[in-house]
Write a new protein. Structure first.
Length: 171
């Protein structure tokens, strides 16, 4: 399998940075949009979906979870007590610091890890299946939902905000 470190830690770090920037922009936008911060943080796309703040907490949980599973490390537990953009930005920064504390060598055995998810305690997935079936799709599901909620609320952001910076090189 291709190096899991690149497909998890590096991908997640880049995405966490762009999500932090989106939240910083949402915080600024809330001051002029007529939408309060509290209103935005409770916004959701459908009645049975999590609100914006829970989507952000899920981004954090998924980033920590996949990193800890692949490195066979203790997954830090964060209380879901955030009530402001500042709180959520701080949580994502703490998550970014956690994921960034690992280096490629920490993922050396990740190809052979059996992934056991807490809601399927009597089953496991091989590392590759977990990466492709759950870890990456679930992480990005919550990130795109944050983007979609903010767009649905009228925030003027686009695909470039979602993607973040591109590593372009001169020809």
């Amino acid at each position: 399998m291709t190096n899991i470190y690149y497909f998890t830690a590096l991908t997640v770090q880049k995405s966490l940075r762009s999500t932090i920037k989106i939240l910083q922009e949402a915080q600024k936008w809330s001051l002029t949009s007529g939408k309060t911060e509290a209103e935005l943080l409770e916004a959701r796309l459908a009645p049975d979906m999590f609100p914006l703040k829970k989507q952000i907490q899920m981004i954090s949980d998924n980033a920590k979870g996949m990193t800890s599973r692949f490195t066979e490390s203790e997954n830090p537990s964060y209380e879901d007590t955030e009530t402001t953009f500042d709180d959520l930005i701080a949580r994502l920064q703490k998550t970014l610091d956690y994921v960034g504390s690992f280096v490629e060598a920490d993922f050396a055995n990740s190809d052979s890890v059996k992934i056991i998810l807490p809601y399927f305690k009597d089953k496991y997935q091989d590392a590759g299946d977990y990466l492709l079936d759950y870890a990456i799709p679930n992480f990005f599901f919550h990130k795109v939902t944050v983007y979609d909620i903010l767009r649905n609320q009228g925030m003027p952001i686009g695909k470039n905000n979602y993607l973040g910076s591109l590593n372009l090189k001169d020809l």
